[in-house]
Design a protein. Structure first.
Length: 211
């Protein structure tokens, strides 16, 4: 899509910044899940060793169980190393810095209609940073999530300013409860977790509703 003014650049950069944020959050969730499983299994293996020594249990089952648990821990650790979470998260963080820097310059741009060559060059650099930090299939998912999130924000902002206008004019109004945020994030966890059913909907090319 051709960017005709600075507002178009800002909208595009906001979507890509949020997409990078979703990608970083997903990698962090996966990495934390591996670490939690490893910690639990390690505690189980240690507990089993303590019970074995305390009760002087020398059966074959008690001897093999700690070995199997340690093998599982080694396998999970190897899988984490293979996924290379720290490097991938660092690449996304660096790309986010490039996008945020360009977004700040776009917002501070003197003209809202004309895009100077320097700003366009930085915008292209931010696009490249985003495209190289996330795999194409993942970029599709997270950019779609970011677009929906921005649309929900825009919708709620309009309702908010409309409510302020009615309040200032003495007109009664009601505030409807909104569950649209739950379509994107599960806020019962910390940090908030992206709901799998939404990701599956994005993968299948499903359409978003209630926007």
């Amino acid at each position: 899509m051709i960017k005709e003014n600075v507002l178009d650049l800002i909208t595009s950069l906001r979507a890509r910044r949020d997409a990078l944020g979703y990608a970083h959050e997903k990698l962090k969730q996966d990495s934390d899940a591996f670490n939690k499983i490893i910690i639990i299994i390690s505690l189980g293996a240690g507990l089993m060793e303590s019970v074995k020594m305390r009760l002087d249990l020398n059966d074959a089952g008690w001897s093999l169980a700690p070995i199997l648990l340690n093998s599982v821990i080694a396998g999970l650790s190897a899988m984490m190393k293979f996924q290379n979470y720290p490097t991938r998260m660092e690449a996304i963080t660096e790309a986010s810095s490039v996008v945020n820097n360009c977004l700040q310059k776009a917002r501070n741009h003197a003209s809202d209609t004309e895009i100077d060559p320097e700003l366009m060059s930085e915008y292209n650099a931010s696009l490249l940073a985003c495209e190289t930090a996330i795999y194409p299939s993942e970029r599709k998912q997270f950019v779609t999530l970011a677009h929906k999130n921005l649309l929900v924000i825009l919708k709620k902002e309009r309702e908010y300013y409309s409510a302020i206008d009615k309040a200032n004019r003495g007109i009664s109004f009601s505030i409807a409860s909104d569950d649209s945020n739950e379509d994107i994030m599960d806020t019962t966890t910390h940090p908030p977790r992206i709901k799998n059913k939404l990701l599956e909907s994005v993968k299948e090319g499903g359409e978003f509703e209630n926007l």
